[in-house]
Design a protein. Sequence first.
Length: 406
Amino acid sequence: MFRNADHRLLFTSVAASQVGLQVAYFSLSIIAVVVLELSEAQIGLLYAMDQIALVLFGLLVGVWVDRLRDKPIIVVSETLRAAVMLTVPIAWAFDALTVWHVFAAMFLLGLTSVFFDVAQVSFVPRLIDNKSLTKGNSRIQGIRSASDTAGPLGAGPLVAVLTAPVAIVASVASFAVSAFAVARIRYREEEPVRPEKPHLGAEIAAGFKFIFGDAILRNVALASAWCNLSVGAFQAMLMVFLIREAGQSSQVAGFVLAGSGVGGILGAMLVGRVSARFGVGPVAIGALMVSGPGMAVVAASGPGLGAVTAFAGQVLFVAAVVVFNVNVVSYRQAVTEDDMQGRVGATQRVVCWAALAAGSILGGLAGEWLGARAVLVIAAVMLTAGCLPLLRTPLRRLKAIPVEAA
Protein backbone atom coordinates (compact mmCIF):
# COMPACT_ATOMS: atom_id res chain seq x y z
CA MET A 1 0.00 0.00 0.00
CA PHE A 2 2.90 2.36 0.72
CA ARG A 3 4.24 1.61 -2.78
CA ASN A 4 1.36 3.55 -4.31
CA ALA A 5 2.38 7.23 -4.66
CA ASP A 6 -1.17 8.51 -4.11
CA HIS A 7 -1.54 6.39 -0.98
CA ARG A 8 1.76 7.73 0.37
CA LEU A 9 0.59 11.31 -0.18
CA LEU A 10 -2.72 10.54 1.51
CA PHE A 11 -0.92 9.05 4.51
CA THR A 12 1.42 12.07 4.64
CA SER A 13 -1.60 14.36 4.73
CA VAL A 14 -3.21 12.31 7.51
CA ALA A 15 -0.03 12.45 9.62
CA ALA A 16 0.62 16.17 9.17
CA SER A 17 -3.02 17.11 9.68
CA GLN A 18 -3.33 15.07 12.86
CA VAL A 19 -0.13 16.51 14.35
CA GLY A 20 -1.44 19.99 13.60
CA LEU A 21 -4.79 19.22 15.18
CA GLN A 22 -3.24 17.75 18.33
CA VAL A 23 -0.89 20.71 18.79
CA ALA A 24 -3.80 23.12 18.25
CA TYR A 25 -6.09 21.37 20.75
CA PHE A 26 -3.34 20.95 23.35
CA SER A 27 -2.25 24.59 23.09
CA LEU A 28 -5.82 25.91 23.26
CA SER A 29 -6.43 23.70 26.31
CA ILE A 30 -3.36 25.11 28.09
CA ILE A 31 -4.46 28.64 27.21
CA ALA A 32 -7.90 27.91 28.72
CA VAL A 33 -6.69 26.16 31.91
CA VAL A 34 -3.46 28.03 32.69
CA VAL A 35 -3.34 31.35 30.82
CA LEU A 36 -6.99 32.49 30.92
CA GLU A 37 -7.86 30.36 34.00
CA LEU A 38 -11.36 29.50 32.81
CA SER A 39 -13.81 27.69 35.10
CA GLU A 40 -14.72 24.03 34.57
CA ALA A 41 -18.04 25.02 32.98
CA GLN A 42 -16.31 27.44 30.60
CA ILE A 43 -13.77 24.79 29.63
CA GLY A 44 -16.58 22.31 28.93
CA LEU A 45 -18.26 24.89 26.71
CA LEU A 46 -14.95 25.60 24.94
CA TYR A 47 -14.55 21.93 24.04
CA ALA A 48 -18.18 21.86 22.88
CA MET A 49 -17.60 24.76 20.45
CA ASP A 50 -15.57 22.48 18.20
CA GLN A 51 -18.34 19.88 18.20
CA ILE A 52 -21.24 22.35 17.90
CA ALA A 53 -19.83 23.49 14.54
CA LEU A 54 -20.23 19.97 13.18
CA VAL A 55 -23.72 19.57 14.62
CA LEU A 56 -24.87 22.84 13.02
CA PHE A 57 -23.29 22.36 9.60
CA GLY A 58 -22.44 18.66 9.30
CA LEU A 59 -25.53 17.61 7.34
CA LEU A 60 -25.18 20.50 4.89
CA VAL A 61 -21.51 19.70 4.41
CA GLY A 62 -22.38 16.07 3.69
CA VAL A 63 -24.66 17.13 0.84
CA TRP A 64 -22.10 19.59 -0.55
CA VAL A 65 -19.33 16.98 -0.44
CA ASP A 66 -21.45 14.54 -2.46
CA ARG A 67 -22.05 17.28 -5.07
CA LEU A 68 -18.38 18.25 -5.41
CA ARG A 69 -15.00 16.56 -5.80
CA ASP A 70 -13.31 15.65 -2.51
CA LYS A 71 -9.73 16.68 -3.22
CA PRO A 72 -10.29 20.46 -3.60
CA ILE A 73 -12.43 20.46 -0.45
CA ILE A 74 -9.62 18.84 1.55
CA VAL A 75 -7.00 21.30 0.28
CA VAL A 76 -9.12 24.40 0.95
CA SER A 77 -10.22 23.23 4.41
CA GLU A 78 -6.62 22.59 5.47
CA THR A 79 -5.62 26.04 4.25
CA LEU A 80 -8.45 27.63 6.23
CA ARG A 81 -7.53 25.67 9.37
CA ALA A 82 -4.02 27.07 9.14
CA ALA A 83 -5.39 30.61 8.73
CA VAL A 84 -7.69 30.28 11.75
CA MET A 85 -4.89 29.03 14.00
CA LEU A 86 -2.54 31.76 12.83
CA THR A 87 -4.84 34.41 14.35
CA VAL A 88 -4.10 33.16 17.89
CA PRO A 89 -0.33 33.93 18.06
CA ILE A 90 -0.93 37.19 16.16
CA ALA A 91 -3.51 38.29 18.76
CA TRP A 92 -1.16 37.19 21.55
CA ALA A 93 1.70 39.23 20.07
CA PHE A 94 -0.48 42.35 20.17
CA ASP A 95 -1.76 41.56 23.70
CA ALA A 96 -5.27 41.16 22.29
CA LEU A 97 -5.99 37.48 22.97
CA THR A 98 -9.33 37.17 24.79
CA VAL A 99 -11.69 34.43 25.93
CA TRP A 100 -14.00 35.22 23.03
CA HIS A 101 -11.14 34.93 20.53
CA VAL A 102 -10.26 31.46 21.85
CA PHE A 103 -13.92 30.38 21.69
CA ALA A 104 -14.19 31.69 18.12
CA ALA A 105 -10.95 29.94 17.11
CA MET A 106 -12.22 26.63 18.51
CA PHE A 107 -15.55 26.99 16.69
CA LEU A 108 -13.91 27.86 13.36
CA LEU A 109 -11.38 25.05 13.79
CA GLY A 110 -14.33 22.71 14.24
CA LEU A 111 -16.17 24.13 11.22
CA THR A 112 -13.21 23.77 8.84
CA SER A 113 -12.56 20.30 10.28
CA VAL A 114 -16.10 19.26 9.31
CA PHE A 115 -15.29 19.86 5.65
CA PHE A 116 -11.92 18.14 5.95
CA ASP A 117 -13.19 15.07 7.81
CA VAL A 118 -16.27 14.42 5.67
CA ALA A 119 -14.35 14.90 2.41
CA GLN A 120 -11.43 12.73 3.54
CA VAL A 121 -13.68 9.86 4.65
CA SER A 122 -15.43 10.04 1.26
CA PHE A 123 -12.08 10.20 -0.58
CA VAL A 124 -10.57 7.09 1.04
CA PRO A 125 -12.91 4.46 -0.54
CA ARG A 126 -12.31 6.10 -3.94
CA LEU A 127 -8.55 5.60 -3.62
CA ILE A 128 -8.69 2.21 -1.88
CA ASP A 129 -10.90 -0.69 -3.03
CA ASN A 130 -13.22 -2.54 -0.64
CA LYS A 131 -10.92 -5.60 -0.39
CA SER A 132 -8.17 -3.41 1.08
CA LEU A 133 -10.44 -0.97 2.91
CA THR A 134 -10.01 -2.40 6.41
CA LYS A 135 -6.23 -2.52 5.93
CA GLY A 136 -6.26 1.03 4.56
CA ASN A 137 -8.34 2.37 7.44
CA SER A 138 -6.11 0.51 9.88
CA ARG A 139 -3.03 2.14 8.34
CA ILE A 140 -4.69 5.56 8.44
CA GLN A 141 -5.68 5.04 12.07
CA GLY A 142 -2.17 3.88 12.91
CA ILE A 143 -0.67 7.00 11.31
CA ARG A 144 -3.17 9.21 13.13
CA SER A 145 -2.30 7.52 16.38
CA ALA A 146 1.44 7.96 15.84
CA SER A 147 0.70 11.62 15.16
CA ASP A 148 -1.45 11.74 18.30
CA THR A 149 1.66 10.66 20.19
CA ALA A 150 4.02 13.09 18.49
CA GLY A 151 1.59 16.02 18.78
CA PRO A 152 1.19 16.23 22.58
CA LEU A 153 4.77 15.08 23.24
CA GLY A 154 6.08 17.86 21.03
CA ALA A 155 3.49 20.40 22.16
CA GLY A 156 4.37 20.08 25.85
CA PRO A 157 7.98 21.30 25.49
CA LEU A 158 6.95 23.86 22.85
CA VAL A 159 4.39 25.32 25.25
CA ALA A 160 6.94 25.37 28.07
CA VAL A 161 9.59 27.13 25.96
CA LEU A 162 7.54 29.32 23.63
CA THR A 163 4.19 29.68 25.52
CA ALA A 164 0.97 28.07 24.28
CA PRO A 165 -0.08 30.81 21.81
CA VAL A 166 3.27 30.77 20.00
CA ALA A 167 3.40 26.95 19.94
CA ILE A 168 0.28 27.02 17.77
CA VAL A 169 2.50 28.11 14.85
CA ALA A 170 3.57 24.44 14.62
CA SER A 171 -0.03 23.49 13.87
CA VAL A 172 -0.19 26.11 11.12
CA ALA A 173 2.85 24.55 9.44
CA SER A 174 1.38 21.05 9.77
CA PHE A 175 -1.90 22.01 8.12
CA ALA A 176 0.05 23.60 5.26
CA VAL A 177 2.04 20.38 4.71
CA SER A 178 -1.19 18.37 4.66
CA ALA A 179 -2.76 20.67 2.05
CA PHE A 180 0.34 20.44 -0.16
CA ALA A 181 0.41 16.62 0.04
CA VAL A 182 -3.23 16.23 -1.03
CA ALA A 183 -2.78 18.76 -3.83
CA ARG A 184 -0.09 16.49 -5.32
CA ILE A 185 -2.33 13.37 -5.46
CA ARG A 186 -2.68 12.40 -9.13
CA TYR A 187 -5.88 10.37 -8.90
CA ARG A 188 -8.55 12.15 -10.93
CA GLU A 189 -12.01 12.02 -9.43
CA GLU A 190 -14.99 11.77 -11.73
CA GLU A 191 -17.30 14.75 -11.58
CA PRO A 192 -20.11 13.76 -9.21
CA VAL A 193 -23.52 13.16 -10.75
CA ARG A 194 -25.76 15.90 -9.43
CA PRO A 195 -29.54 15.55 -9.23
CA GLU A 196 -31.39 17.41 -11.99
CA LYS A 197 -33.53 19.14 -9.40
CA PRO A 198 -31.45 19.14 -6.22
CA HIS A 199 -33.49 19.23 -3.04
CA LEU A 200 -31.41 19.87 0.07
CA GLY A 201 -33.95 18.42 2.52
CA ALA A 202 -34.41 15.25 0.51
CA GLU A 203 -30.67 14.71 0.16
CA ILE A 204 -30.11 15.17 3.90
CA ALA A 205 -33.03 12.82 4.64
CA ALA A 206 -31.44 10.18 2.38
CA GLY A 207 -28.39 10.05 4.66
CA PHE A 208 -30.57 9.47 7.73
CA LYS A 209 -32.71 6.93 5.89
CA PHE A 210 -29.66 4.96 4.80
CA ILE A 211 -28.16 4.75 8.30
CA PHE A 212 -31.39 4.06 10.17
CA GLY A 213 -32.53 1.62 7.49
CA ASP A 214 -29.52 -0.65 8.07
CA ALA A 215 -29.82 -2.60 11.33
CA ILE A 216 -26.09 -2.59 12.05
CA LEU A 217 -25.52 1.07 11.16
CA ARG A 218 -28.59 2.13 13.15
CA ASN A 219 -27.52 0.34 16.32
CA VAL A 220 -23.92 1.47 15.98
CA ALA A 221 -25.06 5.09 15.58
CA LEU A 222 -27.21 4.95 18.71
CA ALA A 223 -24.57 3.17 20.79
CA SER A 224 -21.89 5.57 19.53
CA ALA A 225 -24.02 8.56 20.54
CA TRP A 226 -24.29 7.22 24.11
CA CYS A 227 -20.57 6.50 24.25
CA ASN A 228 -19.68 9.92 22.88
CA LEU A 229 -21.71 11.51 25.66
CA SER A 230 -19.25 9.95 28.10
CA VAL A 231 -16.19 10.67 25.94
CA GLY A 232 -17.17 14.34 25.69
CA ALA A 233 -17.32 14.65 29.49
CA PHE A 234 -14.03 12.78 29.86
CA GLN A 235 -12.15 14.91 27.34
CA ALA A 236 -13.50 18.18 28.75
CA MET A 237 -12.31 17.41 32.28
CA LEU A 238 -9.11 15.46 31.54
CA MET A 239 -6.78 18.47 31.35
CA VAL A 240 -8.50 20.04 34.38
CA PHE A 241 -7.96 16.82 36.32
CA LEU A 242 -4.31 16.44 35.33
CA ILE A 243 -3.21 20.03 35.98
CA ARG A 244 -5.50 21.25 38.78
CA GLU A 245 -6.32 18.09 40.74
CA ALA A 246 -3.34 15.81 40.06
CA GLY A 247 -0.92 18.74 40.06
CA GLN A 248 0.90 17.75 36.85
CA SER A 249 2.83 20.21 34.65
CA SER A 250 1.92 20.95 31.02
CA GLN A 251 4.83 18.73 29.88
CA VAL A 252 3.58 15.80 31.97
CA ALA A 253 0.02 16.39 30.78
CA GLY A 254 1.38 16.19 27.22
CA PHE A 255 3.00 12.86 28.12
CA VAL A 256 -0.33 11.48 29.38
CA LEU A 257 -2.19 12.66 26.28
CA ALA A 258 0.48 10.99 24.15
CA GLY A 259 -0.88 7.73 25.52
CA SER A 260 -3.75 8.26 23.08
CA GLY A 261 -1.30 7.91 20.22
CA VAL A 262 0.36 4.82 21.65
CA GLY A 263 -3.05 3.26 22.22
CA GLY A 264 -4.11 4.14 18.71
CA ILE A 265 -1.03 2.50 17.22
CA LEU A 266 -1.61 -0.60 19.34
CA GLY A 267 -5.26 -0.75 18.31
CA ALA A 268 -4.44 -0.28 14.62
CA MET A 269 -1.83 -3.06 14.79
CA LEU A 270 -4.21 -5.51 16.46
CA VAL A 271 -7.51 -4.84 14.71
CA GLY A 272 -6.79 -6.69 11.45
CA ARG A 273 -5.49 -9.91 12.96
CA VAL A 274 -7.96 -10.07 15.82
CA SER A 275 -10.94 -9.31 13.56
CA ALA A 276 -9.87 -11.95 11.03
CA ARG A 277 -9.79 -14.54 13.79
CA PHE A 278 -12.83 -13.65 15.88
CA GLY A 279 -15.00 -11.64 13.46
CA VAL A 280 -15.42 -7.92 12.79
CA GLY A 281 -18.59 -7.49 14.88
CA PRO A 282 -17.63 -9.48 18.00
CA VAL A 283 -14.24 -7.73 18.13
CA ALA A 284 -15.87 -4.30 17.83
CA ILE A 285 -18.23 -5.07 20.73
CA GLY A 286 -15.45 -6.58 22.84
CA ALA A 287 -13.25 -3.55 22.28
CA LEU A 288 -15.98 -1.19 23.40
CA MET A 289 -16.43 -3.33 26.51
CA VAL A 290 -12.83 -2.72 27.69
CA SER A 291 -12.61 0.97 26.76
CA GLY A 292 -14.41 2.16 29.90
CA PRO A 293 -11.99 0.46 32.31
CA GLY A 294 -9.20 2.38 30.56
CA MET A 295 -10.92 5.64 31.50
CA ALA A 296 -11.29 4.38 35.08
CA VAL A 297 -7.53 3.77 35.31
CA VAL A 298 -6.89 7.39 34.29
CA ALA A 299 -9.33 8.58 36.96
CA ALA A 300 -7.55 6.47 39.59
CA SER A 301 -4.17 8.13 38.96
CA GLY A 302 -2.60 10.66 41.31
CA PRO A 303 0.20 13.23 41.38
CA GLY A 304 3.86 12.65 40.47
CA LEU A 305 4.42 9.12 39.17
CA GLY A 306 0.66 8.73 38.95
CA ALA A 307 1.14 10.12 35.45
CA VAL A 308 2.42 6.68 34.42
CA THR A 309 -0.87 5.14 35.59
CA ALA A 310 -2.82 7.78 33.69
CA PHE A 311 -0.71 7.10 30.59
CA ALA A 312 -1.44 3.36 30.81
CA GLY A 313 -5.17 4.02 31.19
CA GLN A 314 -5.14 6.34 28.20
CA VAL A 315 -3.40 3.64 26.12
CA LEU A 316 -6.04 1.03 27.00
CA PHE A 317 -8.97 3.40 26.49
CA VAL A 318 -7.87 4.65 23.08
CA ALA A 319 -6.63 1.26 21.78
CA ALA A 320 -10.08 -0.19 22.42
CA VAL A 321 -11.89 2.75 20.83
CA VAL A 322 -9.67 2.55 17.73
CA VAL A 323 -10.44 -1.14 17.23
CA PHE A 324 -14.16 -0.39 17.50
CA ASN A 325 -13.99 2.59 15.14
CA VAL A 326 -11.90 0.88 12.44
CA ASN A 327 -14.33 -2.01 12.19
CA VAL A 328 -17.58 -0.04 12.21
CA VAL A 329 -16.28 2.68 9.85
CA SER A 330 -14.95 0.07 7.42
CA TYR A 331 -18.35 -1.64 7.42
CA ARG A 332 -20.14 1.66 6.81
CA GLN A 333 -17.83 2.66 3.95
CA ALA A 334 -18.11 -0.78 2.34
CA VAL A 335 -21.92 -0.88 2.27
CA THR A 336 -22.35 2.74 1.13
CA GLU A 337 -22.41 3.75 -2.55
CA ASP A 338 -19.86 6.38 -3.60
CA ASP A 339 -22.49 9.04 -4.26
CA MET A 340 -23.81 8.63 -0.70
CA GLN A 341 -20.50 8.57 1.20
CA GLY A 342 -20.55 12.27 2.15
CA ARG A 343 -24.12 12.33 3.44
CA VAL A 344 -23.90 9.02 5.28
CA GLY A 345 -20.57 9.95 6.88
CA ALA A 346 -21.85 13.39 7.86
CA THR A 347 -25.06 11.95 9.33
CA GLN A 348 -23.08 9.55 11.50
CA ARG A 349 -20.82 12.40 12.63
CA VAL A 350 -23.72 14.71 13.48
CA VAL A 351 -25.40 12.05 15.62
CA CYS A 352 -22.15 11.28 17.46
CA TRP A 353 -20.83 14.81 17.79
CA ALA A 354 -24.13 16.18 19.07
CA ALA A 355 -23.70 13.73 21.93
CA LEU A 356 -20.03 14.70 22.26
CA ALA A 357 -20.95 18.39 22.55
CA ALA A 358 -23.64 17.65 25.13
CA GLY A 359 -21.14 15.51 27.06
CA SER A 360 -18.55 18.32 27.07
CA ILE A 361 -21.05 20.85 28.43
CA LEU A 362 -22.55 18.47 31.01
CA GLY A 363 -19.06 17.30 32.00
CA GLY A 364 -17.98 20.90 32.63
CA LEU A 365 -21.06 21.64 34.73
CA ALA A 366 -20.65 18.40 36.69
CA GLY A 367 -16.96 19.18 37.15
CA GLU A 368 -17.80 22.41 38.99
CA TRP A 369 -20.15 20.52 41.30
CA LEU A 370 -18.45 17.13 41.78
CA GLY A 371 -14.85 17.73 40.69
CA ALA A 372 -13.01 16.54 37.59
CA ARG A 373 -12.05 13.09 38.97
CA ALA A 374 -15.68 12.22 39.71
CA VAL A 375 -16.63 13.18 36.14
CA LEU A 376 -13.95 10.83 34.76
CA VAL A 377 -15.30 7.94 36.87
CA ILE A 378 -18.89 8.55 35.76
CA ALA A 379 -17.76 8.72 32.14
CA ALA A 380 -15.94 5.38 32.50
CA VAL A 381 -19.08 3.65 33.80
CA MET A 382 -21.21 5.12 31.01
CA LEU A 383 -18.75 4.08 28.30
CA THR A 384 -18.59 0.49 29.55
CA ALA A 385 -22.39 0.28 29.58
CA GLY A 386 -22.50 1.43 25.94
CA CYS A 387 -21.56 -2.01 24.63
CA LEU A 388 -24.48 -3.81 26.28
CA PRO A 389 -27.24 -2.95 23.73
CA LEU A 390 -24.97 -4.10 20.87
CA LEU A 391 -24.92 -7.64 22.26
CA ARG A 392 -28.47 -8.10 20.97
CA THR A 393 -27.91 -6.70 17.47
CA PRO A 394 -26.78 -8.21 14.13
CA LEU A 395 -23.33 -6.67 14.73
CA ARG A 396 -22.37 -9.54 17.05
CA ARG A 397 -22.77 -11.96 14.09
CA LEU A 398 -20.83 -9.88 11.53
CA LYS A 399 -17.75 -11.92 10.59
CA ALA A 400 -16.25 -9.93 7.71
CA ILE A 401 -16.57 -6.64 5.81
CA PRO A 402 -18.79 -6.99 2.69
CA VAL A 403 -16.84 -6.85 -0.59
CA GLU A 404 -19.56 -5.02 -2.55
CA ALA A 405 -21.66 -2.04 -1.54
CA ALA A 406 -25.29 -2.79 -0.72
